[in-house]
Design a protein around this ligand. Structure first.
Ligand code: PLP
Length: 393
């Protein structure tokens, strides 16, 4: 009889965001639900991007412009333009860039490059996919790095040696981001311990402060120890289209094997590349008009984040993030547990947040607000919270 993958039994019963959605659906529908929970886009995709995608799709119907399978590493013109606009002066070449269909997928499958007994360090709290995907793969050597309020939710350099370290900046859920000086300590650690850093930059485009680092490759020698992940999801509103990329530098080697060559080998076997029209949509994102669209979109969400953060602070909440990130990490009141506080807010104000505990033990006593909402809803949510707090706290 076929047996189940034992590791699946160790996963929590449901994926965090689906659990929250299930609970939210059971709430009083007479008052409008305001979703400040899940980090999904709120605005429709720019018409400019859709026009390019449709145009590219239409070329496939003609004899002269038809195409077959795409290069598993991604279209040359898209990799070229990413190099030009995202890695200018960082000495990253086109063949170190891999186009893909979502950072969720990339960061889950990258571990296939590493031995089963690799010692893995994951920040707590963090994006649940890092831990879940390692559990699914049956990995046993997983350690959690506590990210505490007293350290501004950044992980401290461990005394122990780890092989693979997941870092995310700007971070989901805390919204805090690394400065160059802080991230350099991790690059030095990785060089010393011969580790690999998996640097999740899915929210890079939300960075506004000059002292926050955008790419880990801004740090000297990081190309020897880091793989970087970026996504079009939040940057260009492509969550439904699926487009991302990762950088595996040629100089990143293990046992004399180039990880970038091995990743290409893996993709050729397991991945049929991203659909051609979507990649052409990605190309449009970096055109002059496309970059203006992205700027407008990010500015919209970051204005929301600023209004939400300031509004919460006015209501005496202690907040983190929301400055270089669309997420606001907010301490619960009266030391309530994050699930209790989430439920209390949901039942009394019909506002959906995400309980911090869902991102790890160190997320206890916090909830996450997302700025991926419309501004009217954010203002209404602040009004409802004000009224509720006045009557109940
Ligand atoms: N990384 C982080 C930190 C995220 O929060 C998310 C999505 O919410 C992702 C990656 C997934 O990105 P994608 O939509 O490209 O799969």
């Amino acid at each position: 009889m076929v047996k189940l993958n034992k590791s699946l039994k160790q996963l929590s019963s449901g994926y965090l965001f689906q659990e929250v959605e299930k609970i939210s659906l059971s709430i009083n529908k007479k008052i409008k639900l305001i979703n400040l929970g899940i980090g999904d886009i709120n605005k429709p995709i720019s018409k400019f991007f859709i026009t390019h995608i449709c145009k590219a799709a239409k070329t496939l119907q003609y004899e002269k412009t038809k195409r077959g399978y795409c290069n598993s590493q991604g279209e040359n013109n898209l990799r070229r333009i990413i190099k030009k606009y995202c890695y200018k002066n960082l000495n990253i070449s086109e063949d170190e860039i891999f186009i893909s269909s979502g950072t969720k997928r990339d960061i889950s499958s990258i571990q296939e490059l590493f031995s089963k007994d690799a010692k893995i360090a994951i920040c707590d709290p963090s994006y649940p996919v890092y831990l879940d995907s390692n559990i699914i793969a049956g990995r046993k050597n997983i350690s959690l790095l506590k990210c505490l309020e007293k350290n501004n939710f950044l992980p401290l350099i461990p005394k122990k040696s780890y092989d693979l370290i997941y870092l995310c900046s700007p971070n989901n859920p805390t919204g805090v981001a690394f400065t160059k000086k802080e991230l350099k300590k991790w690059v030095d650690y990785a060089l010393k311990n011969k580790s690999v850093i998996l640097f999740d930059g899915a929210y890079e485009s939300f960075i506004t402060d000059k002292n926050i680092i955008r790419s880990i490759y801004e740090i000297e020698k990081a190309k020897k120890v880091a793989i970087e992940f970026r996504s079009f999801s939040k940057m260009a509103g492509f969550t439904s289209l699926r487009l991302s990329y990762l950088i595996i530098p040629k100089s990143l080697k293990i046992e004399n094997y180039s990880l970038s060559n091995l990743w290409k080998r893996l993709l050729d076997t397991k991945f049929g590349s991203v659909s051609y029209p979507i990649q052409q949509g990605g190309l449009a994102v970096y055109s002059k008009e496309g970059r203006a669209e992205v700027k407008k979109l990010i500015s919209y969400y970051m204005t929301n984040a600023s209004i939400l953060r300031k509004g919460l602070e006015k209501l005496n909440f202690k907040t983190f993030g929301g400055k270089n990130s669309p997420y606001i990490w907010c301490k619960t009141l009266n030391n309530l547990s994050s699930w209790d506080f989430f439920n209390l807010i949901l039942k009394n104000t019909n506002i959906i947040t995400i309980p911090g505990r869902g991102f790890g033990k160190c997320g206890e006593n916090f909830i996450r607000f997302s700025a991926f909402a419309n501004i009217t809803d954010i203002k209404l949510a602040l009004k409802r919270l004000k009224k509720f707090l006045k009557n109940s706290f």
